[in-house]
Design a protein around this ligand. Structure first.
Ligand code: G3H
Ligand code: 13P
Ligand code: ZN
Length: 330
């Protein structure tokens, strides 16, 4: 048994309380490997931002749970070495069973998500409550989810989103005891969040996706005042990165994300945590493809993973400063 405090990690309680008061959101960036972790930590230290390191069950399988835990411990020490002790949480992203959540809690995670959104309402409550009861004994915070996002979450595919029903949130929060709630208001996972047919064109001919359902968010805020809300599927899918990928042998069609202004607006509300994974994947892929095309004889992984890491770091700094507003809040 390793408690997160032994690794120097923080749970999300205080992070969210401060984010709520300050009108910003904590970045939740997914990682599976060394370069992503280096980029996240160095970007968050340089911008003095608290951060949530997210690990999906797929990431655990890919990278090994033991290694990931020790990487998170190393991340705490790395941040100190870089000169700023920022709050760092280690969070299970989209936990789907009690057993997986328990395993993470027992092995150094400071926060877990139990995603019961694909179950019936009552089953979601029962599963979430069970995780909360276990987690809270160890000071670990729990994120629940109500409503279904379109897109792929690990092995679960939802074709259409089902928006969160505001009339359910108060009962769900009370009966489960969760510390934060992920909601569905029009975001979705992956790099193809909308079809072009769902978008309109602005005066410059650029596709503009439908706006997030802010009226649902406001309704939710009224029913659970002061409660931290989480937005998944919040990548913006930067078109310059998509263009670099496609100019260097890639094939990404109709890649459309959530406009940054929409996320900025959300971050000023009860939304205290914003999940971003796909944008990091795009930035890494673009940088690596560019090196491979420009220098086909290169075979030292540091020569392509290094530029990928640099590009990721810039992306995260930009998010913290200009989108989430978490810079200078550590
Ligand atoms: O919401 C899902 C995250 O982007 C994690 O993706 O399950 O492929 O690691 P993954
Ligand atoms: P994106 O696919 O939009 O980056 O969302 C990531 C996410 O929600 C992780 O839980
Ligand atoms: Zn998600």
């Amino acid at each position: 048994m390793t408690n997160y405090k032994d690794l120097g990690l923080a749970n999300t309680k205080e992070m969210f309380a401060k984010a709520f008061k300050g009108g910003y959101a904590i970045p939740a960036y997914n990682f599976n490997n060394l370069e992503q972790l280096q980029a996240i930590i160095s970007a968050c230290v340089e911008t003095k931002s608290p951060v949530i390191l997210q690990v999906s069950s797929g990431a655990r399988k890919y990278a090994n749970a033991n290694l990931l835990r020790n990487m998170a411990k190393g991340a705490v020490e790395y941040a100190k070495e870089l000169g700023c002790e920022i709050p760092i949480a280690l969070h299970l992203d989209h936990g789907d069973t009690f057993e997986l959540c328990k395993d993470c809690i027992d092995n150094g995670f400071s926060s877990v998500m139990i995603d019961g959104s694909h179950h019936s309402y009552e089953e979601n409550i029962a599963l979430t409550k069970k995780v909360v009861e276990y987690a809270h004994q160890f000071g670990v915070t729990v994120e629940g989810e109500l409503g279904v996002l379109a897109g792929v979450e690990d092995d679960v595919v939802a074709e259409k989103s089902t928006y969160t029903k505001p009339e359910e949130v108060e009962d769900f929060v009370k009966r489960t005891g969760v510390d934060s709630l992920a909601i569905s208001i029009g975001t979705s996972h992956g790099a193809n969040k909308f079809t072009p047919a769902q978008c309109t064109r602005n005066a410059d001919g650029i596709l503009v996706p439908p706006p997030l359902q802010f009226q649902i968010l406001e309704e939710i805020e009224k029913r659970i005042p002061g409660f931290p809300i989480v937005l998944h599927g919040s990548s913006s899918v930067p078109q310059d990165q998509v263009a670099i990928i496609n100019a260097n042998g890639g094939k990404m069609t109709d890649a459309i994300g959530i406009p940054e202004e929409q996320l900025r607006k959300a971050a000023k509300s009860a939304v205290c945590k914003i999940n971003i994974d796909s944008d990091g994947r795009l930035a890494m892929t673009a940088a690596i493809r560019k090196v491979f095309v420009e220098n086909p004889s290169e075979f030292d992984p540091r020569k392509y993973l290094g530029p990928a890491r640099d590009s990721l770091k810039e992306l995260y700094k930009h998010k913290n400063i200009n989108v989430l507003g978490s810079a200078n809040q550590a």
